[in-house]
Design a protein around this ligand. Structure first.
Ligand code: ADP
Ligand code: MG
Length: 235
């Protein structure tokens, strides 16, 4: 019976885990920023990650987003084992498979909104202004396309970042405190965008310390001292 309920060796189409972490640790000297994390994220899930400052949330996002390597353990994303990959192949994952949204906006100040979105295309394929405008339209900002970041509100800047993350139609969106700098109205706009991405089948992992934001996910895990200490499902 137990073998039917849990078979850690099965992987692939039947399990539809877009992301699988097994025994993932990140160790700095004697600090375990992550310590033996096991996590399966099915394709299409919206997963919230909560936990106190320093609990390893950003470390986890960086490893899943192919920006950092685990010290121990395996990370399989979309069938590819990131722990085994060379830097060149990790760069391809960052370009093609994941879309990254941060708390700090990281917009280039002297480029317009549409040009900031097009920066992501340079790494991917041919810059295509029409496609960048479509991405801005998705986040309700097509009429702000020629504005510079300084001419946009914080909420609008975050929506430009989301448009930039969406440009390559990533399977997985990683958002690290995406509403941390936003007021309630802009937080709601960002959540509405996440809900429509979720309806379209995009997999979302959202780090937040806002309990209302966390509750929007289908499942919530809590990290503490680099370990998953709690998991709950939302209705
Ligand atoms: P969170 O995002 O949950 O606030 P982080 O993942 O940023 O936590 O950090 C987890 C722990 O790892 C913290 O104790 C942090 O100081 C430590 N840490 C993160 N990056 C490094 C690094 N490059 N060198 C040493 N320690 C680090
Ligand atoms: Mg963090």
């Amino acid at each position: 019976m137990a073998a039917l309920e849990e078979n850690p060796t099965s992987r692939g189409a039947d399990m539809t885990g877009l992301l699988e972490l097994r025994g993932v640790s990140k160790i700095y000297g004697d600090l375990h920023a992550l310590s033996g994390v096991d996590l399966t994220v099915p394709s299409g899930e919206w997963l919230s990650i909560v936990g106190p400052s320093g609990s390893g949330k950003t470390t986890l996002m960086n490893i899943v987003g192919a920006m950092d390597k685990a010290t121990e353990g395996t990370v399989v994303l979309d069938g590819m084992d990131l722990s085994e990959m060379r830097p060149k192949d990790l760069a391809a994952i960052r370009r093609n498979t994941v879309g990254l949204i941060f708390q700090k906006f990281h917009l280039i100040p002297h480029l317009s909104a549409v040009e900031n979105v097009m920066v992501a295309q340079y790494y991917h394929s041919m810059p295509d202004e029409a496609e960048a405008l479509d991405a801005l339209e998705k986040v309700g900002l097509k009429d702000r396309a020629s504005h510079l970041p300084a001419q946009l509100s914080g909420g609008e800047q975050q929506r430009v970042c989301i448009a930039r993350a969406l440009i390559n139609y990533p399977k997985l969106i990683l958002a690290d405190e995406p509403t941390g700098n936003l007021d309630a109205a802009n937080e709601q706009i960002v959540l509405d965008i996440f809900h429509s991405l979720h309806r379209e089948g995009t997999t979302l992992i959202v780090v937040t310390h806002d309990l209302d934001v966390a509750r929007q996910g289908q499942r919530e895990i809590a990290l503490d001292h680099g370990k998953v200490v709690r998991e709950l499902r939302h209705a």
